[in-house]
Design a protein around this ligand. Structure first.
Ligand code: C5P
Length: 404
């Protein structure tokens, strides 16, 4: 009964996966939750409100302007009632409305009117999921700190195969159980946190560069978690498609040298430095003034080493509490421990990038956090949630060190 006494408002939008929601309601109530259901007009084409009423034990809400429903429990009251607002399935249309803040029906109005955290299980055709507009909406919503589960990959009702299936009801319930069990964020008020995120791009000529697959999601999630914990946050980011919420100071850079200069300009004013960026180790020894022309069968370029930003910071005369990341594909713990020692870090967060579905360019990750006299494993989970857990570990060790 991990959801005992939790009040969950389930918002159902119009996708075929809506047929799974009576089962979802039963599984939520089996964990002790009280569930009230809101359906959009199109959701009613896929699932019967009467079934949802039977399994939830409450009338199903579907209209903003229904006097009888408003008299029973007004929409603002419903928004205040919820501990969690779960949107499952959330269609591409619903995600788009949330991104711009529309309130043209009961469900979207509740999304704006509630203070409860949103947990969203998207479900749509795989091509609609991949569409640039949907992905852009996802990055805006993720940047707001909204928690997503799925979509899962597999065969779709329309005959396509790919990402877009709603996560299974048992996975959604498990996710909610974990979230509600998750520790609350540490208090980082009056603490200044500097974070690097994303890839760097190293120019070869006016049109080409070398880079890597870092999405920046982990660094951005940490920046949001730190801000929510009360810290003053500066995020120095390589090129990504992500947004930050107002209140976080973001400095955009392109190359490792620019990132190095930006960090050095901020480092004196920070208490905690977290280097999540995937900084290119090398840059071209010279950037061609003009486009390199296709000529010979082979092309040789020479590279020089980029500054190691993390190592430079950790070796300053009075460094901040310095946290590095180690993305490794083998001997993860061994390499992480040697980086912790060689770069003189206070802490390192290691992850195995060879694990499918985790790490680079994924929404999920698992970390093995190591510091000189301790370690902690943070299991696979959405990066938004993992960021909160990592921040708690960082805050505990930072406070121990500064109280000495
Ligand atoms: O040595 P390696 O590149 O594997 O170390 C990874 C850690 O060092 C990450 O935290 C990364 O952000 C940081 N780093 C850096 N500057 C570099 C290379 C890596 O800050 N030039």
């Amino acid at each position: 009964m991990q959801l005992q006494n939790k009040k969950i408002l389930l918002g159902i939008s119009g996708g075929i996966a809506a047929y799974k929601t009576p089962d979802l309601v039963r599984k939520l109530t089996a964990q002790g939750a009280t569930v009230r259901v809101v359906v959009t007009a199109s959701a009613k084409e896929f699932v019967s409100p009467l079934s949802l009423q039977a399994v939830s034990g409450h009338i199903v809400h579907d209209s903003l302007l229904d006097p009888a429903a408003e008299a029973a429990m007004g929409h603002i009251e419903l928004a205040k009632w919820a501990d969690i607002l779960l949107l499952a399935p959330a269609t591409a249309n619903l995600l788009a409305k949330l991104t711009v803040g529309l309130a043209d029906d009961l469900l979207t109005t509740l999304c704006l009117a509630t203070r409860a955290p949103l947990v969203i299980a998207p479900a749509m055709n795989q091509q609609m999921w991949q569409a640039a507009a949907t992905q852009q909406n996802m990055s805006v919503l993720t940047a707001r700190g909204i928690d997503f589960i799925g979509p899962a990959s597999g065969a779709q009702a329309c005959g396509d195969t790919g990402y877009g299936r709603m996560s299974e009801p048992e996975d959604i319930v498990e996710h909610l159980c974990k979230c509600t069990a998750a520790k609350t964020l540490p208090d980082l008020s009056a603490t200044r946190v500097l974070i690097t995120a994303g890839p760097t791009q190293e120019a070869l000529d006016p049109v080409r560069y070398i880079s890597n697959h870092s999405s920046g999601k982990m660094g951005y999630a940490l920046a949001h978690a730190a801000q929510q914990a009360g810290a003053e946050v500066v995020l120095i980011s390589g090129p990504t498609t992500l947004n930050v919420s107002p209140g976080i100071t973001k400095i955009d850079v392109v190359s490792a040298e620019q990132m190095h200069n930006a960090v050095m300009g901020q480092i004196q004013q920070c208490d905690i430095f977290i280097a999540t960026a995937a900084v290119a180790d090398y840059r071209a020894s010279s950037v061609a003034d003009n486009k390199i022309k296709k000529k010979d069968e082979e092309l040789t370029l020479t590279f020089v080493k980029n500054p190691d930003i993390l190592k430079t910071v950790a070796n300053l005369p009075s460094p901040p509490f310095t946290v590095g990341f180690a993305a490794e594909s083998q001997n993860v713990e061994h390499y992480a421990r040697s980086k912790l020692h060689n770069k003189k870090l206070n802490m390192i967060a290691a992850n195995n990038i060879s694990t499918a579905g985790l790490g680079f360019n994924s929404d999920h990750n698992a970390l093995h956090v190591i510091w000189p006299d301790g370690e902690q494993h943070l299991p696979a989970q959405p990066k938004v949630q993992l960021a909160g857990e990592l921040l708690s570990v960082v805050a505990t060790q930072f406070k121990k060190k500064t109280s000495k």
